[in-house]
Design a protein around this ligand. Structure first.
Ligand SMILES: C[S@@+](CC[C@H](N)C(=O)[O-])C[C@H]1O[C@@H](n2cnc3c(N)ncnc32)[C@H](O)[C@@H]1O
Length: 256
């Protein structure tokens, strides 16, 4: 294999998989996004070339250019670590990179990562499913592309039930909240938004669907809508890191 499409998890470098860490540590080239944590990139050998394909001057590097770069590097037989946030196949455009590599006959593989869709809520004490509260979760993008035929039917989503997890939804949160209410979700439906989840600068906002549009939320955020969003399982002062370092002594675990 020459190109590895690697998920780096939601932000905390400790949430990298063992395989991701091993492959980055032996890469000839690391191709990464702007959000990549320096501690993750530092796993690469000093001799490895690092290429930042994140946003430049506020504009994303065109996906076509990234695909061409990966094909070019892979064709040279280089060991390429393509490091992406969360999971590479969850809104990460990793699928497009895989297709480009396959079309060019460049060998590649995929290293799944922990998606922010579940990890960011967890870091804020919110489980995306919970017995008696939510038996399903839907992960959806709040980002709209002009003329996109796969645009979300928010009114229909409101009737699906379970938890709604919105990625890339900060800019359009007012409209999303309106449409979910138009679809039948109550204005009092709990909402939790976590910005920079699992990172030291994590911020959490708790609100309701009716008040979401007027609630300040910074990007990048994961927005959780539904009964589970009212839960705060880690308590207001306990972070994920604290919970880990206190071992298995945390209370409230039923073991199931
Ligand atoms: C292009 S998507 C990529 C998602 C990624 N592939 C994943 O599985 O987490 C970027 C969006 O993911 C969410 N996101 C990524 N990292 C996050 C974090 N640390 N905390 C909260 N949300 C995050 C935000 O909604 C952000 O706009």
């Amino acid at each position: 294999v020459t190109v590895h499409l690697i998920g780096a998890g939601p932000g905390d470098p400790e949430l990298l998989t063992v395989r991701a860490a091993r492959l980055i540590a032996s890469a000839d080239v690391v191709v990464h996004d702007a959000l990549a944590d320096p501690a993750v990139l530092d796993l690469a050998p000093p001799s490895a070339e690092r290429i930042d394909v994140g946003k430049r001057r506020g504009r994303p590097v065109p996906q076509g250019l990234i695909n061409t770069l990966l094909v070019h590097l892979g064709s040279q037989g280089k060991d390429v670590a393509r490091v992406k946030g969360g999971d590479p196949f969850v809104f990460g455009r990793g699928g497009e990179e895989a297709q480009a590599l396959a079309a060019a006959g460049v060998p590649f593989d995929v290293v799944p990562g922990i998606s922010s869709a579940v990890a960011a809520p967890a870091a804020a004490g919110v489980p995306v499913t919970h017995r008696g509260l939510s038996a399903a979760f839907t992960v959806v993008t709040g980002h709209r592309r002009h003329g996109d035929e796969t645009a979300t039917d928010w009114e229909a989503l409101a009737r699906v039930g379970g938890t709604i997890v919105v990625l890339m939804g900060v800019a359009h949160r007012a409209e999303i909240a309106e449409r979910l209410q138009a679809g039948g979700l109550a204005g009092e439906t709990p909402v939790m938004a976590v910005t920079w989840g699992t990172r030291p600068d994590q911020q959490v906002a708790r609100t309701t669907l009716a008040a979401l549009g007027a609630t300040p939320v910074a990007s990048p955020a994961t927005i959780v809508i539904g009964a589970v969003a009212a839960l705060d399982l880690l308590g207001p002062t306990v972070s994920v890191t604290d919970a880990n370092s206190s071992g298995s002594s945390s209370s409230g675990s039923s073991g199931s």
